[in-house]
Design a protein around this ligand. Structure first.
Ligand code: IMP
Length: 194
């Protein structure tokens, strides 16, 4: 089955594609289809609302079932910030990382959680949601060159950042990997009923 992935973020698209393709889901970005999704305004107050807004807009624009994720980093000592505003916390990834390290300078609690909600919007408007979370801690300096966003300061199980892992290692424990595996199960169940 062919799906469109509602994102302009190539890193995210790559992660989504490499997990969906082995289960028989062909996923294309709008750019690969020559379609400009434009800037879909993320006006929701939750990851779920924003994932739904993006998936519905992409389905309407392309006429294909659409998959969108909304994700972010929730830091306990900051009351869950940057949360749904993770992409808008600062302009570049480097600035985001430096700002977060600065905000946590005098905080003892460095626990944080990556959260991902995926919405799959079918062409009849039916929506399927999946959720994934990965718990970790925020480091004092960036480490590693892989991944994107906050990966270089997010330590999982205390010893490695996401940016020091291979794609395969990150997928096995990441919020997005977990949400996608849940989505795969839900889609397989959904289509076995047709
Ligand atoms: P959005 O889902 O497009 O609103 O963007 C979420 C933002 O959260 C991204 O731009 C990144 O800054 C951050 N983020 C989400 N998932 C990850 C991840 O797997 N690694 C690092 N940063 C992430």
């Amino acid at each position: 089955m062919k799906f469109v992935i509602a994102t302009n973020n190539q890193n995210k698209a790559n992660e989504l594609k490499r997990i969906l393709e082995p289960i028989g889901i062909t996923a294309q970005t709008p750019a690969m289809m020559g379609i400009d999704l434009g800037d879909i305004e993320e006006t929701g107050e939750t990851f779920r609302e924003n994932a739904e807004i993006k998936a519905e807009a992409a389905m309407k624009k392309t006429g294909l079932p659409a998959i969108a994720d909304d994700s972010g980093l929730m830091v306990d000592a900051l009351g869950g910030r940057p949360g749904v505003l993770s992409a808008r916390y600062a302009d570049t990834d480097e600035e985001k990382i430096n700002k977060l390290i600065g905000e946590l300078m005098d905080k003892e609690d460095r626990t944080a959680h990556f959260v991902c909600v995926i919405c799959c919007c079918m062409t009849n408007g039916e929506k399927i949601f999946a959720y994934g979370q990965c718990d970790g801690t925020i480091g004092f300096a960036p480490r590693g060159n892989n991944g994107f966003g906050y990966d270089p300061i997010f330590f999982v199980e205390g010893n490695k950042t996401f940016a020091e892992m291979t794609d395969h290692q990150k997928d096995a424990m990441s919020h997005r990997g977990k949400a996608l595996r849940e989505l795969s199960e839900l889609l397989l169940n959904r289509f076995s009923k047709d």
